[in-house]
Design a protein around this ligand. Structure first.
Ligand code: NCD
Ligand code: ZN
Length: 351
């Protein structure tokens, strides 16, 4: 008989966009229902570049939590060409900043103040290595001449390998990996490296951007994120990594809400909103791979171990019950369309 409930140690989300203000207050409860903690991305407008800003952002998140929901935001700083050694030391001393995020300038949503050349960050990276502050990486090169589908693989060769040669003891998370090349690199590399994998990159290949599940053609902006969905061979490699017993691969949703109108536009922005359906989507992917028994290690253990935080003590239960993903959800003044809106998922998080 097929499993009808699945109980796991409460998971954590090791890569999340919460935004700010009223929009944040609307999306936060979705995450707090599913996850005990999340690594909160710093790509606000303006970005969170100082420890003082991270501490203030953390307070705003905690103040927006509905009563009765326990959730711990794990803060990050946004690395710039000018991040100082002092700022890294302050971040470490704060106890609330758990990583520093490298966005190559122009790589993705709100990355305009990102790093223009990693060589400019030598002092910050040296200090991070010394203080054991993890570097979280959006791993894509941004040169206009590089094909969008090749940007992750090129980043590994051109930026990541030289960077890790210069800072061999730095703890690194290659975030939201999307390619076989990234799986292979993270599997074989020496030293302290890990990677997060989103639910959407486990469930969909790039056809999802251009075709409905029934095969009808049409651009589907809600399936557009960065790094962009890739070919099926890459999805298969990610699924194999996530369901393997390799402790370097763990859960990070990259849930990235945008107002509906900014996605459904002539220049729609990148990001898939999955916070409301995250664990259900991961369960669906793991079940398709015949590996539901591996979900707990991926979702609840390995990330905490990598970030040197205690594993959670509480639990969550998923029930096998078909349900339909809502067409839209509140998002401040606007609405946000969840990924797979209108589709049926086979697992539901118990209330
Ligand atoms: C993210 C966002 O919207 O902030 N978008 C995305 O497509 N993933 C930024 C990011 O993580 O690249
Ligand atoms: Zn992200």
């Amino acid at each position: 008989m097929a499993t009808t409930t699945l109980t796991l140690t409460r998971p954590d989300d090791w890569h999340l966009h919460l935004r700010d203000g009223a929009a944040m207050a609307d999306v936060l409860p979705h995450t707090a229902r599913q996850f005990a903690r999340a690594i909160v991305m710093p790509n606000l407008k303006p970005p969170v570049t100082t420890t003082a800003q991270a501490v203030a952002y953390r307070q705003r998140i905690l103040a927006a939590l509905p009563p009765g929901l326990a959730f711990e935001p794990l803060m990050t700083l946004y690395l710039t060409d000018n991040t100082s050694a002092d700022e890294i030391r302050r971040a470490k001393a704060s106890g609330v900043v758990h990583g520093v995020k490298l966005y190559p300038a122009g790589a993705t949503t709100n990355s305009d103040s990102g790093v223009t050349d990693i060589r400019r960050c030598k002092v910050a990276l040296e200090t991070m290595q010394r203080e054991d502050m993890p570097l979280l990486i959006h791993g894509e090169v941004t040169h206009a001449e590089v094909d969008v589908f090749d940007r992750e693989a090129r980043f590994i060769d051109e930026v990541l390998i030289p960077l890790r040669r210069s800072f061999p003891a730095l703890r690194v998370v290659l975030e939201h990996i999307t390619t076989r090349a990234a799986v292979q690199y993270v599997t074989e590399a020496e030293g302290r490296i890990a990677a997060t994998i989103t639910a959407h990159h486990l469930l969909y290949n790039r056809n999802a951007i251009f075709l409905t599940p029934g095969g009808r053609a049409g651009v589907r902006p809600h399936y557009y994120c960065l790094p962009v969905l890739k070919r099926e061979i890459h999805r298969q490699a990610l699924l194999a990594a996530a369901t393997s017993d390799n402790a370097r691969f763990f859960l990070g949703t990259d849930s990235a809400p945008h107002p509906r109108g900014e996605k459904e536009s002539a220049c729609g922005c990148a990001g898939c909103f999955t916070a409301a359906t995250a664990l259900e989507m991961y369960a669906m992917a793991f079940e398709q791979a015949g590996a539901l028994d591996r979900l707990e290690a991926f979702a609840s253990f390995r990330g905490a171990d990598f970030y040197r935080l205690p594993r959670n003590a509480s639990r969550v239960t998923l029930e096998r019950r078909d349900w339909t993903v809502p067409e839209e959800l509140r998002f401040g003044e606007a609405t946000v369309v969840p990924l797979a809106a209108g589709e049926t998922l086979p697992w539901k998080l118990a209330a």
